[in-house]
Design a protein around this ligand. Structure first.
Ligand code: EPZ
Length: 440
C-alpha cells in the first residue's frame, strides 16, 4: 500500500521524544550473529523495514530468527546456516545486507553475495571491501552480478583503507575475527556503530582492540571458544540529530531521551552556532531549545567525528529559514542533494554548485506536495513541512520507514500536526480528494 505523510506546518515542537536503537548498528549486529553459530539476543532493535529485510535474509541463509517487536528484541540462532548466498532481492533493497559477506567468509570461508549497484545518493563502490578480503587470503571474483569469495584459510594481515569506509571496516572485521593471527586495520572508520560491532563481537569472545580509533587490531580466535550472549544496541545518533534539526527549525524546545550526547558533538556544536541551546540533563538526555534568531552556518560533512553526511539534509531544512547565507559541503556522496529541488518547491532559495549547497535564508516556506528520494531526504522534507505555512504532502514515504521508527507518532507527541495516509493505488487522487474527514 502506498502511503504519504501530510503535515500542517507552523507549530513549534515541544515536549519530549525517545530515540530508538541505531539502525546502522542493529543491522550489522544481526549480520555479525552469523559468526557465532549459537544463540544471541539483541535488544533495542528498532521496528523498521530494514530490520525485517535483514531478518528475512538471515532466515534464507538457514538461521532461526525471532523478532519480538514489543520488546524490541531479536533472537538469532545461526547454528544451522547451510546457505552462503545472499540473493540480489535483499542486497538491492538494502545495501547493509552486503555486510553478510565478511561474516559468511569469516565463518564458512565461502560466500556469494549480490553486488550492490550504485544508489540514489551516490556510486557507493566496494573496492576497499574486496581488497581487504583478498589481503586476508580470500580469492574474490565478480560473476553474474555476485561477489564470490572463497578462502582455504584466512590469515591476519596489515590492511590500509584509502578512506575510512564504514562498511569496509565492518566487513574486514567480520572476516578476520576467526582468521589465523592478527589483523591490523589502519585508517579504519571510527563511527560509534563500529565500536558497537566490536563490543558485540568481543562480548561473544572475539579479540578486537582499538575500535573507535583509526587503527583496529583483530586477533583471531577459534569459533568453538565463542559464547552465546545478550547485547543492547546503541541509540540512533542520526535519528536523534534529525529531531534536533526539527526542534531548531521549528524554533521549539524539547527533551531528547535515550541518546549518548558525545556521539552528537559535531551536531550540537553547529546547533549552538545556529543560535540554539543544548542542556545536558543526564548522561542519556539533552534539552534542545531555541530563542532569538536562527543564524546561517557552514557545514562540511566528514567521516566521524566530523559532521555526519546523514544529517546534512535535515539541517539544510533548518538553514533554508536562517539569516544570511549558509554553505553545506558534502564530502562523502556524489549525489546527496536530491531534496533541494523539492525544497525549492516549498519556497527555499537554495542552489547546488558541485558538492556545495548554497542556501540563502528565506522568511517562510510554504506547504507543497513533495517526493522523498531517499531516507534522509524524506526526513528533511518532513522537517520543512513542519515549518512551512500551510499543508505539505510528502510522498514515497517508504524510504523514511526504512530508518525512522514511528516517525509520525513521535512528531505528533512533540505537538506537530502530522498524519500518515494510505492511498488506494488504483485511484490515488480520488481517494485523497474525497477524504471525508478534514485532514486536521
Ligand atoms: C554507512 O554506509 C551507512 N550505512 C550510511 O548511512 C552512511 O551514510 C555511511 O556509512 C557514512 O557514514 C549503513 O551503515 C548501513 P562508507 P557505507 O563505506 O558503509 C566510498 C543512511 O542514511 N567507498 O563509509 O556504505 C563510498 O562510495 C546511510 O543511514 C569507496 O569508494 O559507507 C562513499 O562515497 C546512507 N569504496 C564513501 O566511501 C569502498 O569500497 C563512504 O562510504 C567503500 C566506500
Amino acid at each position: 500500500m502506498h502511503q504519504k505523510i501530510i503535515i500542517e506546518g507552523g507549530r513549534k515542537l515541544k515536549g519530549e521524544v525517545t530515540v530508538s536503537g541505531a539502525k546502522n548498528a542493529a543491522l550489522k549486529l544481526m549480520a555479525a550473529s552469523i559468526i557465532l553459530g549459537d544463540t544471541c539476543e539483541l535488544y533495542n532493535v528498532p521496528e523498521l523495514t530494514d530490520v525485517y529485510t535483514m531478518t528475512n535474509l538471515l532466515r534464507t541463509l538457514g538461521a532461526e530468527v525471532d523478532y519480538n517487536e514489543e520488546e524490541q528484541k531479536v533472537t538469532i540462532n545461526a547454528a544451522e546456516i547451510d546457505n552462503v548466498e545472499a540473493h540480489y532481492d535483499f542486497v538491492s533493497t538494502m545495501r547493509a545486507s552486503f555486510i553478510v559477506l565478511g561474516a559468511l567468509l569469516g565463518r564458512f570461508h565461502e560466500a556469494k553475495v549480490a553486488l550492490p549497484g550504485g544508489c540514489s545518493i551516490g556510486e557507493r563502490r566496494i573496492d576497499f571491501h574486496i581488497k581487504g578480503l583478498e589481503a586476508l587470503g580470500a580469492q574474490v571474483k565478480i560473476e553474474g552480478g555476485y561477489v564470490i569469495a572463497k578462502a582455504k584459510k584466512l590469515t591476519g594481515s596489515k590492511i590500509y583503507l584509502d578512506r575510512p569506509s564504514v562498511g569496509a571496516t565492518e566487513n574486514i572485521m567480520l572476516a578476520s575475527v576467526l582468521a589465523e593471527g592478527s589483523t591490523i586495520l589502519s585508517n579504519a572508520a571510527q563511527e560509534p556503530e563500529i565500536i558497537d560491532l566490536a563490543n558485540f563481537l568481543n562480548a561473544m569472545g572475539c579479540d578486537i582492540s582499538g575500535a573507535g580509533t583509526s587503527e583496529i587490531i583483530i586477533n583471531g580466535v577459534r569459533q568453538r571458544d565463542l559464547n552465546p550472549l545478550s547485547y543492547t544496541t546503541i541509540p540512533d545518533r542520526v535519528e536523534a540529530g534529525t529531531y534536533i534539526a526539527a526542534i531548531i527549525a521549528t524554533r521549539g524546545k524539547a527533551v531528547i531521551r535515550n541518546i549518548f550526547p558525545n556521539h552528537l558533538s559535531a551536531v550540537t556544536s553547529k546547533v549552538i552556532e545556529m543560535g540554539g541551546k543544548i542542556t545536558v540533563l543526564d548522561p542519556f538526555s539533552i534539552e534542545v531549545s531555541f530563542c532569538g534568531k536562527l543564524n546561517g552556518v557552514n557545514i562540511v560533512t566528514q567521516p566521524y567525528p566530523g559532521f555526519p553526511t546523514d544529517l546534512q539534509s535535515p539541517f539544510i531544512s533548518a538553514l533554508v529559514q536562517a539569516e544570511g547565507v549558509s554553505i553545506v559541503t558534502e564530502n562523502i556522496y556524489e549525489n546527496r542533494f536530491r531534496q533541494l529541488g523539492e525544497l525549492r518547491r516549498m519556497g527555499a532559495d537554495v542552489q547546488q554548485e558541485s558538492n556545495k549547497a548554497i542556501i540563502k535564508g528565506v522568511r517562510q516556506l510554504t506547504g507543497a506536495q513533495v517526493i522523498a528520494t531517499d531516507l534522509r531526504a524524506g526526513a528533511a522534507l518532513i522537517i520543512a513541512g513542519l515549518c512551512a505555512d500551510g499543508v505539505s504532502e510528502v510522498k514515497d514515504i517508504y524510504h523514511v520507514d526504512r530508518g525512522y521508527e514511528k516517525i509520525v507518532e513521535k512528531f505528533s507527541n512533540l505537538g506537530a500536526n502530522i498524519k500518515r495516509i494510505e492511498l488506494d493505488e488504483t485511484n490515488l487522487d480520488v481517494k485523497i480528494n474525497n477524504i471525508d474527514e478534514p485532514l486536521f
